[in-house]
Design a protein around this ligand. Sequence first.
Ligand code: C2E
Ligand code: MG
Ligand code: MG
Ligand code: MG
Length: 282
Amino acid sequence: HAKSQGRGRAEHFTDMLAAEIAERAQLESDLREAVDKQEFSLVYQPQVSADDGRIVAAEALLRWRHPDGLKMPGAFLERAEETGLMVEIGEWVVTSVADTISRWGKLGIEQRLAVNISPRQLDHATFFRRLRDAMHAARAPASLLELEITESLAMHCSDDVIDAIAELRADGASIAIDDFGTGYTNLTRLRELPVDRVKLDNSLIQHVADSPEARAIAQAVIGLVHGLGREAVAEGIESEAQAKVLRVIGCDALQGYGIAQPMDEAEFLSWVRRPHVQQLRA
Ligand code: C2E
Ligand code: MG
Ligand code: MG
Ligand code: MG
């Protein structure tokens, strides 16, 4: 009896594996099609000054308008990275961000726009040239572009990548370390990295309003960031209480659902045009 049960389990397991393999293959072919059919779009989430609630920047976030419904990055980015499709998708993102900066400029909205860059993109030798070309083609000033690079990526990228980042920064672009607090930071390296700001990950923010320890950690990180001459941005602000604590402990900018959701371009533009006092909902 035990034996047949064991076999049953093994069969169940292989079925599950087969289903998973089929699903991954399907996702990969859907992703390839999505690149050709341009099924991607961007949404924009504001970052506001902790002092007065005025918008200081926006972050562009990728969405996939899949025939079956909207897909979030969590559902496809990892697969895009594994298959190398991220390079093409990332190129679309970077070109779109350059176009957006230019479009907004014509509307009188000179807002810094941050774009997330994945490991595969930075690995690609031509990434920085293409980025520069896209910005030139769109006549978008580098000063309105920010690259977000995750903490773990920032800690491990090559000297060549660091040099290219420094060059881009010399052109006026800014660099943010994303998801800070989720990886292992080498503090010496943090000091040497050519970056303008550090984004405290949601996980560092979540409990600041209800745990003195969480607040102490956030405060220490902000102190470190300021000590290095960089700005601190908190991500994942969901409540007024969190926003208040972060303001008190000196965080420079806030981002999160409690301030504003990521919005499509039309929504974003009307949000930006509202009087700033209404903007700090949190
Ligand atoms: P991220 O760069 O850390 O972006 C912030 C994520 O947190 C976004 O998720 C955003 O919608 C979400 N978020 C914003 N406010 C809140 C909040 O108050 N609470 C919580 N729980 N979440 C909040 P999203 O759009 O699903 O993106 C997830 C991740 O996917 C991003 O994390 C980024 O690492 C990656 N990603 C997004 N767009 C791109 C892209 O164009 N290129 C690359 N390479 N990666 C991207
Ligand atoms: Mg980001
Ligand atoms: Mg982040
Ligand atoms: Mg994050």
